[in-house]
Design a protein around this ligand. Structure first.
Ligand SMILES: Cc1cc2nc3c(=O)[nH]c(=O)nc-3n(C[C@H](O)[C@H](O)[C@H](O)COP(=O)(O)OP(=O)(O)OC[C@H]3O[C@@H](n4cnc5c(N)ncnc54)[C@H](O)[C@@H]3O)c2cc1C
Length: 409
């Protein structure tokens, strides 16, 4: 390491990911002349940024209200609302724009670089780090942090080094053992469990519909208040799609406790009541009553799903609507609005996997990201017990917490 000017503030960032880099930039912005070193354990920096969003990097979400934005965080909603009043999605867009990286919003509000290439973000960060004279040390895992009278000693590769302030941005740790060194510092960790996964439904015929999407269904976890509406995709293993993934994020802790054994109720029509379904039928009556049930589907479900549900309630698809008994109609409506599946196990969604859990927010002053117990020790990114649903919210949390941590308040 180069000879250091000991009169300037020395700041260590542990972790060369999204949050670590953003925290480093913020340190320089707020503390001119500070010496910033990023310690990265692997030989790759910003590795997740590279693979994120299918290689396009879903940088943020075009939701420009702090309170609305916070609603996309199953863990940390209340705390992130305050944090977003300091740095939110609009600030992210401006930050990148100032550095020549334009972001575009897609119809679902996800924002990507206009190049559709995550390397654009990495190049921008590397350029910025160079401009700001930030030192990057790859293959430098921090194995221990020792609090001193002032500042901290960092242990890395048989070396010890003193820093005035430390920002921990080591990301999520899927295993509890990965947080050992943080627990050694006396920090409480909410046990890590996966978020954003799909539901396995072994042995159910629904899987024969693999690849089919129902655009607006409501999935509810039986016996809980958890429900989410949106597209549901039938897969090889069971069910996926935004409604399922988002539900898995909201239910991450509860579903882990249930060992991923639970029942879901699906309202395939996303309407509130059977009365509403009866109204739809009444309106369609004249045009459908003389037709075969299979060919006259008044609810607009995909044909394969309609055929599957008719078979499930044992209605002959060639029967005409006017021949359908009241009992069969009720059974059909009940299944359309309240179709039950037994979930057994999960599959991790490879596109945007996040760990729920991390350093408990009750131990962090969320106005500064500083540890309440350990002065001059800060946190940023997924190492904290904050996580969002899919849509660019996890990176936004990394930018926001990194920015605030870097203020070193
Ligand atoms: C496949 C995939 C795609 C994703 N796509 C998106 C997306 O498009 N949009 C979105 O918002 N979110 C996405 N996410 C989530 C997002 O990548 C994370 O939320 C985000 O990267 C968290 O940033 P971080 O800096 O906190 O952690 P990380 O990006 O995990 O970075 C932490 C860094 O710290 C290093 N480190 C760990 N321990 C130590 C140590 N002891 N010493 C030194 N270094 C250490 C790690 O090697 C790592 O480089 C995706 C995740 C995955 C896995």
């Amino acid at each position: 390491m180069k000879a250091q000017n000991r009169s300037s503030l020395r700041v260590a960032i542990v972790g060369g990911g999204a949050a670590g880099f953003f925290a480093a930039f913020s340190v320089i912005e707020h503390h001119k002349g500070a010496q910033v070193v990023i310690f990265e354990k692997s030989n790759k920096i910003l590795a997740k940024v590279k693979i994120s969003g299918g290689g396009r990097c879903n940088v943020t979400n075009a939701c420009f209200s702090a309170s609305q934005l916070s609603k996309f965080y199953p863990r940390g909603e209340k705390e992130m609302k305050k944090a977003f009043s300091v740095f939110q999605a609009k600030d992210t867009v401006e930050w990148f724009e100032k550095r020549g990286v334009s972001l575009k919003a897609e119809s679902d509000n996800r924002m990507f670089p206009i190049t559709d290439d995550s390397q654009t973000i990495i190049d921008c960060f590397l350029e910025e780090a160079k401009l700001k004279n930030i030192q990057l040390l790859k293959l430098n895992p921090i194995s221990k942090i020792t609090p001193e009278k002032t500042g901290y000693t960092l242990h890395h590769n048989e070396t010890r080094e003193h820093f005035d302030k430390v920002i921990i941005a080591t990301g999520g740790s899927p295993k509890e053992s990965g947080t050992y060194w943080l627990r050694q510092l006396g920090l409480s960790i909410s046990p890590p469990v996966p978020s954003l996964f799909t539901f396995n439904i072994p042995g159910d015929q629904v899987k024969t519909l693999m690849g089919l999407v129902v655009e607006n269904a409501t999935v509810r976890i039986q016996g809980t208040k958890l429900k989410y509406s949106g597209p549901v995709l039938i897969t090889h293993w069971g069910m996926s799609g935004p409604a399922v993934l988002k539900l898995s994020a909201w239910g991450a802790k509860l579903l882990a406790e249930k060992k991923y054994q639970f029942k879901i109720q699906i309202n395939w029509l996303s309407i509130k009541s059977e009365e509403e379904a009866h109204d739809i039928l009444k309106k369609a009556d004249a045009s459908i009553r003389a037709k075969k049930i299979m060919n006259a589907n008044p609810f607009g479900l995909p044909n394969r799903m309609w055929a599957f549900l008719l078979q499930k309630v044992k209605i002959n698809p060639d029967m005409k609507w006017f021949d359908l008994s009241k009992k069969s109609l009720n059974q059909l409506l009940n299944t359309l609005l309240n179709d039950i599946y037994e979930v057994s196990g999960k599959t991790t969604f490879k596109e945007e996997f996040v760990t729920c859990g991390g350093v408990k927010l009750s131990e962090i002053d969320m106005t500064s990201m500083e540890s309440k117990a350990l002065k001059n020790l800060y946190f940023a990114g997924e190492v904290m017990d904050v996580d969002g649903i899919t849509g660019g919210f996890n990176f936004q949390a990394a930018w926001t917490t990194g920015y605030i941590a870097g203020q070193l308040k």
